[in-house]
Write a protein that binds this ligand. Structure first.
Ligand SMILES: C[S@@+](CC[C@H](N)C(=O)[O-])C[C@H]1O[C@@H](n2cnc3c(N)ncnc32)[C@H](O)[C@@H]1O
Length: 394
């Protein structure tokens, strides 16, 4: 995957252009109704989730080699096998329970996890999937029907967070897809970066931040021990705290694992990261301009894992561990999974070895991606954090 500028992105087909223009017209209308201002979080919400038109809610192929980006479960079944091993430990400690996967993408992780959990003799009572995209829900049904048909009866799709239960909650690359606010430091004050409409199309616009955003940024400055410099631009996720509080209510006892690209707060808001963390994906290329190909490209922001841990502890959960994806997968035996592929064809073994490298190498997904483990009522240490636990950095 390569970083590009807008000019280097592949051309849109006339149908894609028409689709994007339809969504832009809706966004423009809402901006005009609000006297020329839309918060960035609202823009991101419309670009990703506007019914029938947003990136996740319309029919773009999105994930996988023929889509816009490849997530860890799309890259290799080794990832889901390791996560399943961690879930199995928790289910065993609880004496059984359910799994809830939030934002299940194409359904590959669910299928690979259920197959591995069967091998481990730790199938959950129910495997629930909370998915906001009707299009992806259809793909999940197709994937599970093809790859794990005997487990389909355990899988239930839910439209909202389910009632409290014992078990495990997993979400891979979901926190980064929650809409964020952007801000910029101007003459010592905090401005919100919003979106308006000019003759050339969507454009950034600044206004003094509302109290909630201002308070959050000031709190960040106090926690990192210095004022952010003039012109510093970054993101804050104001929805993370209420969202995690709601998710926490689902877990009577058990653990949750959030896997995403992100950093502890002190690193997230370092001076050198002065232009924020927005990351847009379009056909295996990435860049940082959310106003290009609106509705056709993914938009995400790095996760402030300190904020996630604070919200979770405030909601009564414990931080069970925080580590890099590489250390998490190594703690859960990725090497053994590779070795056990020993009898397979050479080509397949080589392919798995390459996948393991991409999942764990520092320059690939190994360090950029982190895993935050949260628990309630589970006392035994979790294997994923046994090799290296960075929770003290949060
Ligand atoms: C980047 S994709 C990751 C998909 C999958 N977990 C994977 O790793 O391949 C983000 C997923 O989260 C879903 N999603 C985003 N916000 C959500 C929310 N608030 N609740 C449930 N699903 C959500 C999207 O529809 C999509 O399935």
């Amino acid at each position: 995957m390569s970083r590009v500028t807008g000019a280097d992105l592949p051309e849109l087909t006339p149908e894609e252009r028409a689709h994007s223009d339809k969504l832009l017209a809706l966004i423009r209308r809402e901006i005009e109704e609000q006297s020329g201002w839309m918060s960035f979080a609202r823009f991101m919400e419309m670009a990703l989730y506007e019914p029938g038109l947003g990136y996740y809610t319309a029919g773009a192929s999105k994930l996988g080699g023929d889509g816009d980006f490849v997530t860890a479960p799309e890259l290799s079944p080794l990832f889901s096998r390791c996560v399943a091993n961690q879930c199995a430990d928790v289910l065993w400690a609880l004496g059984g329970g359910d799994i809830l996967e939030v934002g299940a993408g194409t359904g590959l992780m669910a299928a690979d996890m259920l197959n591995e959990l069967q091998t481990l003799d730790q199938l959950p009572g129910h495997y629930l999937i909370l998915e906001v995209s009707a299009d992806l829900r259809q793909r999940q049904i197709a994937t599970l029907s093809a790859r794990a048909p005997k487990h389909l009866k355990r899988v239930t799709w839910v439209d909202a967070l389910p009632a409290a239960r014992r078990g495990v909650i997993v979400a891979n690359e979901v926190l980064d897809a929650l809409p964020v606010e952007r801000f910029r430091i101007r003459s010592g004050r905090i401005n919100a970066l919003g979106v308006n409409w000019q003759t050339t199309g969507l454009a950034w616009t600044e206004a003094p931040a509302a109290a909630e955003l201002e308070d959050k940024v000031r709190a960040i400055e106090r926690q990192i021990g210095s004022e952010l410099p003039e012109g510093y631009t970054s993101e804050v996720n104001l929805r993370l705290d209420p969202w995690l509080h709601s998710v926490a209510k689902v877990l009577k006892a058990g653990a949750m694992f959030f896997i995403d690209y992100g950093l502890p707060r002190a690193q997230y808001y370092r001076p050198e990261r002065h232009d924020g963390t927005l990351l847009c994906h379009f056909r295996q290329r990435f860049h940082s301009d959310p106003f290009i190909n609106v509705g056709l490209q993914d938009i995400g922001a790095w996760v402030d894992f300190t904020a996630a841990a604070e919200a979770a502890t405030d909601a009564g959960l414990e931080v069970a561990g925080f580590t890099t994806q590489a250390h998490f997968l190594m703690g859960l035996g990725i090497e053994q999974h590779l070795k056990s592929a020993g009898e397979r064809e050479l080509v397949e073994r080589l392919s798995l070895a390459r996948q393991a490298m991409l999942l764990t190498l520092p320059g690939e997904m190994g360090e950029r991606f982190k895993v935050l483990g949260l628990s309630r009522g589970v006392k035994q240490p979790l294997r994923g954090f046994a090799i290296r636990d960075l929770a003290a950095s949060l």
